[in-house]
Structure formats: C-alpha cells, structure tokens
Design a protein around this ligand. Sequence first.
Ligand code: SAH
Ligand code: SF4
Ligand code: F3S
Length: 470
Amino acid sequence: MHLPDLKEAKIRTDKETEYIYLQENFPKLYKGQKYFLKTYGCQMNVHDSEEVAARLESLGFEKTETLENADIVILNTCAIRENAHDKLYGFLGRCKHLKKEKPDLIIGICGCMAQEESVVQNIMEKHKYIDIVFGTHNIYLLQDLIINKKEKQNIEVLSCEGNVYENIRYKRDSKIKAWVNIQYGCDKFCTYCIVPYTRGKQRSRKSTDIIKEVEELVNNGYKEVTLLGQNVNAYGKDLKGEINFAKLLEKVAQTKIARIFFVTSHPWDFTDEMIETIAKYDNIMPYIHLPLQSGSTRILKLMGRRYTKEEYLNLYQKIKQKIPRVAITTDIIVGFPNESKEDFNETLEVVKKCEFDSAFTFIYSKREGTPAAKIIDKVSMEEKEKRLQELNKLINQYSLKANKKYLNKTVKVLVEGISEKDSSKVYGYTDTMKLVNIEGAQEQIGNIIDVLITEAKSFSLDGKYLAKSK
Ligand code: SAH
Ligand code: SF4
Ligand code: F3S
C-alpha cells in the first residue's frame, strides 16, 4: 500500500523483482533475554513468524510463552477482517501496561496490518510505546531494526515491493512437516480483499530455489511440505521462462518428499494439466482447497472472481472424477454488499451439489481501500448472521457425512504428536487432510502409519494403529 504522508517512516520502493540471497551472521547481543511472538492470520503469517523467530534467536533471544517474562514482544498481524484491529489493540493494551513495569521492553508490530497506512499513522501518533514496525516484505530488516532502535520509533515499511529473498533461515515449528513459499503477494484483486495491498503484487520464487529447499527438508528428515501462495496455480506467470504450477508440482513430486500439499488454488487458474499431475503422483495428496466465495454468478462478478457458478461446478466435477478419493474444502463469504436472498440460496445450492469436506465461512467485512468498500450495502447484519448460521448448519452436515465415509476403512496418517485432549493418543492427518486421533501409536511420531477408523465426528476421526505404512 502506498504510504506517501508518513514523513518519519522509511519507505522503500523497489519496482522490479530482484532476487537477493541472504548470508547473515549476527552477534548474540541479547543472550539470556526472552521473546514472545504472537501470530494472527493465515498460514503465510504462521510461516513468516518462523522467520521472525529465527531472526530473534540469531540475536540470542530465547522463546517464552509467557508475555510477562518477555524482553521483546512481536505481534504478527492480520488485516483480512475489520475486527482484527480490535483484537490487536486489545492485546497492545496489555503490552503497554507491561512496559510501565518494564521500561526496556521492546514492542514490535509486523504482518499485514503493518502494511496499512492508517495503522502506521495511528501507531506513530497514538501508540508511541511501540518501538518497531516492519512490513510483510522486509522481515529481513528485523535484526537491524532492533539493534538500531534508539529512543525513537523505528518504522520501516515497504510501499511497493519487488524483492524475493532467498536463503532465509526459519525456526520451523515442526520437524515433520514444513511450509514452503512458492510465491509472494497476489495479483487477483478480488474486490473485497485487502491481501494484494498488504502483500503486494505476485512474485514467484525460482523453481530451482524451491526444489533446493524441498531437497534440504528431505535431507533433514521432513516427511511433508505444503507449498504456499495466495494463488498457487498462477505460479511462475510473473517470471519469464519459468515453469508453470503443474510442472513445479511434478518436480517437487520427483524429490523424495513423502507428502505434498498446496494452498490456495484459485478456481480460475486451475488447469487440466494440474489435475493430471495430482492424479499421477502418489506423493501429491488428494486434497484441494478450492474457495467458492459465493454460489451466485452475479455476486461472483461483483467480487471480481472471474468464474461463474457453472464454471465452478464443472471444475469441481472434473476434479472429483479424475482424482479418486479427493477431498475438496472451500471458503465462502456470506453477505457481500447487497447479496439478496436469491443470491444466498444459490450459494446453498452449490454447497448441496458439492458436499464439501469442510468450509471456512465468513461474514463479509468491509476493508477500506478495496473496491467493494464503496458499495452502499442495504442488507442488515442481523440478516447476514442468520444466513451464516444457516450455511454453517449445512456445511457441518456435509462434513459429518464426508467423515462417515471413512468409518471402518484403513487410512494412511502422518503422525505429528501427542493429542492435546488425551495424552494416551497421538494425532495426525490423512492424505485428505482429515484430523485423526489415534490409539496405540505413541512410538510412531514422525511416521506414516495405517490406521483403522473407528469413529467419525464432524471435525475429526478416531482410529486404531494397525501398522507402519509401506
Ligand atoms: N488467496 C486465497 C484466500 C486468502 S484470504 C483465495 O483467494 O482463496 C482467506 C479467505 O478470507 C478468503 O478466501 C475469503 O473467503 C476470506 N476473506 C477475504 N477477504 C474478506 C473480507 N473482506 N470479508 C470476509 N471474508 C474475507
Ligand atoms: Fe484475496 Fe482474491 Fe488474492 Fe485470494 S485471490 S488473496 S481472495 S485478492
Ligand atoms: Fe491475514 Fe495477511 Fe494472511 S491479511 S489472512 S495474514 S495474507
């Protein structure tokens, strides 16, 4: 987002994509001090936090889960919905309070909200206790921002971005599965969405760099990667001579990684070549997150989604026919400005036809600066809430139905750890992204095992360990 009036903030504008290979070593200036890192938002932010953590640890900071013990607090923010602001400022209140007792506490903000002009302005005017602010494109500056923070706020937000950084070090949350960015930003500009403004234009990583990262993960014992992008099927379109997403998937499948997932697929760019590649390779998981957003062609057009209800349904059927056992999940927005009862009924109709494995559902949230924010909306919040409830009831019904199909079947699960609710069990996900709680597999963390499903609920499955998978 362009930040023209922020005189004190350092604004960098890099227009062309540049590939910068980071080689860094920092002195452990903060040895013995602790960091508290809180992450809001999507997988992209979760993965960015793995970079933030590695950078903090490179200075000697150690992780703490207790805010009160922290010497530095970093909040990695999300801007997708308006209420994200309330959540952030609520938490900041606690940090401000803590700083009164601990004046040396460093408070930092990053992520998508840090790319919003109004937020940065507000921080500079009303939240002077916040020491550092950095954006989604310049996490690489974190060590410098901390070291050079003197008495005054140190704000560095990129307004127009073009860089891709390589050789980034991550402190990954898991030793079993890893996120791998394949592209940054988004060029789709759906009319309701703030992401293209907070994350900038689409920039793909080079396929050679992506494959190198996957191979390193395999060498380090990782079993699973999730390729990350706002619109993975547009991968490579911004790079001259780069391979497309289907070919990238194929190259990743030809490494020794056991399981490959990818998010998010936009229905508009989803090609037959992709469907064939997914069907062809056993290590590409039969799971696709395919956001519908609305079942009404009229609303889809207003959303700028570039497909009709019929095109979505055709694609959906084609995927189901060509990829046996595929699980498809979706995102749906209820109450886009002036969504009529008929429009909403069309969404319900598509849900009934598709019987999604599960769905994330949202009430439309107005984001200032997006085209949809200019539409005068005549539908009441009460009505939107009613529609959301009705939709959720239907979605949950189909989730349960989809899960019931697994009863008494044997599935392959990558075991990730001890179950939160019951320490005698472990948990993991099937190749179709179903959460399974498993008895008798304590020794199997990190392995792919065969599990007999004994119970199916709306949001998870229960099962018994049979044997290690071949
Ligand atoms: N790139 C992905 C989604 C990123 S945001 C895609 O296109 O599918 C995740 C989800 O948040 C979106 O799919 C959408 O359903 C929801 N979302 C985005 N902007 C929103 C808004 N202004 N109000 C409500 N939901 C929104
Ligand atoms: Fe937002 Fe649309 Fe891009 Fe997804 S594809 S991030 S919904 S603009
Ligand atoms: Fe939120 Fe930014 Fe992700 S706005 S959903 S954290 S891309």
